[in-house]
Ligand binder design. Structure first.
Ligand code: AMP
Length: 284
């Protein structure tokens, strides 16, 4: 496994691999790796000859009031995880390598980046699409694997790839959870024992909502109200949003229609830690 820190060097390697006929699978991450990230690596490994794991805590997707400086950085640990998974390259650049002082070109998915997460984190998706586009230009991936955990992000990346004709297939991997249902996240380390216990309400409420839909509830507003009531029972919880969107368009349906797929998307703070979770449901 090689660790590459320079964009030009990574780009030269990727380009040579492509000329040799190899397929490249890329897994973009911010490090602090957990099983969720590794599940993405395993998918990339199965579907391509060479796997490039990128580790970069991307400053342009954090607002000044967010956790950029305290975001967990565990490179030595990440390196041994990657080695065990037989990753071929880790691309691990410095911020100065990715954003020179004269950087001024951004990519923005105009509409979808403003809703949901974008309402609470206005510059977030502009930072995400810009860094992912840069990483794609540097690593020339045939496939890139993202997690459903960040469903809006995955949707926006798919949109960017389609809108800008990137020659990369996007694969969206299922959410990895702990046995008791908490979606794995690098930010879970911020939770106190009590907050972690409260946070289990996210997956519990999604499960209950799925059951309600199974029993015939078709009104998104009613479901959102019921989920909110459940989450509000936990002391440390503070809801940012609970929204149902059509999974193929990220628009808000008035009614759940048979044959369509939806996401129920949650963003809730537990103390100072903001968590997101979701479930994808096919309406029968
Ligand atoms: P991050 O390092 O948090 O930016 O995440 C890197 C990638 O891992 C993103 O595509 C995430 O959606 C994905 N990811 C994060 N948590 C999980 C999880 N619990 N299960 C599956 N994928 C995940």
């Amino acid at each position: 496994m090689k660790i590459i820190k320079k964009a030009k060097q990574m780009q030269t390697i990727a380009h040579k691999l492509k000329l040799m006929g190899k397929t490249i699978g890329v897994v973009p991450t911010m490090g602090a790796l957990h099983e969720g990230h590794l599940s993405l690596v395993r998918i990339a490994k199965k579907q391509s000859d060479i796997v490039i794991l990128t580790i970069f805590v991307n400053p342009s997707q954090f607002s000044p009031n967010e956790d950029f400086s305290k975001y967990p950085r565990t490179f030595n640990n990440d390196k041994s995880f990657a080695q065990k998974e037989k990753v071929d390259y880790i691309f691990y650049p410095e911020a100065s390598e990715m954003y020179g002082t004269d950087f001024e070109t951004y990519i923005n998915c105009e509409k979808t980046s403003k809703m949901l997460e974008g309402e609470f984190r206005p510059i977030h998706f502009r930072g995400v699409t810009t860094i992912v586009a840069k990483l794609f230009n540097i690593t020339e991936p045939n496939i890139a694997v993202f997690g459903q955990k960040d469903a809006q992000q995955a949707f926006i990346i798919e949109k960017m790839v389609k809108d800008l004709n990137f020659n990369t297939k996007i694969i969206i991997a299922p959410i990895c959870r702990t046995k008791d249902g908490l979606a794995l996240s690098s930010r879970n380390v911020y939770l106190s024992i009590f907050e972690r216990d409260d946070a289990l309400i996210l997956s519990e409420s999604l499960k209950i909502a799925k059951e309600r839909i199974g029993k015939g509830e078709r009104n998104p507003k009613q479901l959102q109200k019921e989920i909110r009531k459940i989450i509000d029972t936990r002391n440390s919880s503070k809801v940012d949003y609970i929204r149902i969107v059509d999974a193929s368009s990220f628009t808000y349906p008035d009614k759940l229609v048979k044959g369509t797929e939806i996401y129920i998307l949650l963003a809730v703070r537990f103390g100072k830690t903001r968590l997101i979770d979701n479930i994808k449901i096919k309406i029968k």
